[in-house]
Ligand binder design. Sequence first.
Ligand code: C2E
Ligand code: MG
Ligand code: MG
Ligand code: MG
Length: 281
Amino acid sequence: KISESENCFYQFYNSTMNSQNSVTLKLESFLHDALEKDEFILYYQPQINVKSGTIQGVEALLRWQHPELGLVSPTSFINLAEQTGLIVPIGQWVLKTACQQNKIWHSQGFPPLRVSVNLSPLQFKQPDFPLVVSRILEETQLKPNLLELEVSASTVMKDLEYSYHMLSQLQSLGVYISIDDFTTSYASWERLKHIPFDTLKINRDFVRQLKNDPQDLAIISAMVSLGRGFNLRVVAEGVETLQQIELLRSQNCEQMQGFWFSRPLAAEEATKLLPFDYNVL
Ligand code: C2E
Ligand code: MG
Ligand code: MG
Ligand code: MG
């Protein structure tokens, strides 16, 4: 459960982030200490194929287990981590921890599961990032095809040529690439035409506003068929209601992630879900 205090933290941080004053420096050192003290933890949220009823993968989501504030959401500290560059070592910790956990699940005999890890824009900008990924795969002995890297659509579109090269290198390691927070604008399809990736995640704001009207249904249908044409896996995120599930399914969108199925869970809790079948639908 994300605590109330997290909000205070966020407002506090927001009011100070523009000035390099002592408070900002203090927050920076808190984040640095958090890494040192091993206060970060990953939660995992399943991605379900509603047709087969099985869990296809899990998305790893970062939390800060703060001794006083409780469980702090990434939205409260990711920006600060990004601005201070701390996201680079934090991101490496995330990648390694997610790979280790998936290796554990794999060796426990669960069906192969893909773990998705979010990349920050700054991580994505590191030219040596593919080396980092291959080193972590080596260290954790996780098969590359059990790892997926999520980059937001806006990050990818900032520099298409760079993205093309970075994503090609990552794909050649054998890992999967997912474009996160995809919006419905035609421009994004046009621009992503030559970009190598495997999965497209429909922005949760779109899913939240989904209505049973011809326009919305046409948009989902278009996204699904474009996804098919691009040979992509299409995942709708932020699915909270049975009505959303039914609308998505009616347009052949079969992969979903959201609170309706499960909130993000600590590894131990997530493990209990893995044998579970969502065939009830
Ligand atoms: P995201 O990658 O788009 O992750 C999905 C967010 O939607 C998660 O928020 C998840 O908890 C939330 N969510 C999932 N299902 C539902 C639902 O049914 N309803 C609603 N309202 N929300 C749902 P979370 O965990 O707070 O993460 C927020 C963002 O922080 C992520 O968005 C991602 O951009 C970033 N983030 C999380 N972990 C990491 C990380 O390890 N590294 C980096 N760089 N960014 C991360
Ligand atoms: Mg830890
Ligand atoms: Mg994501
Ligand atoms: Mg997203």
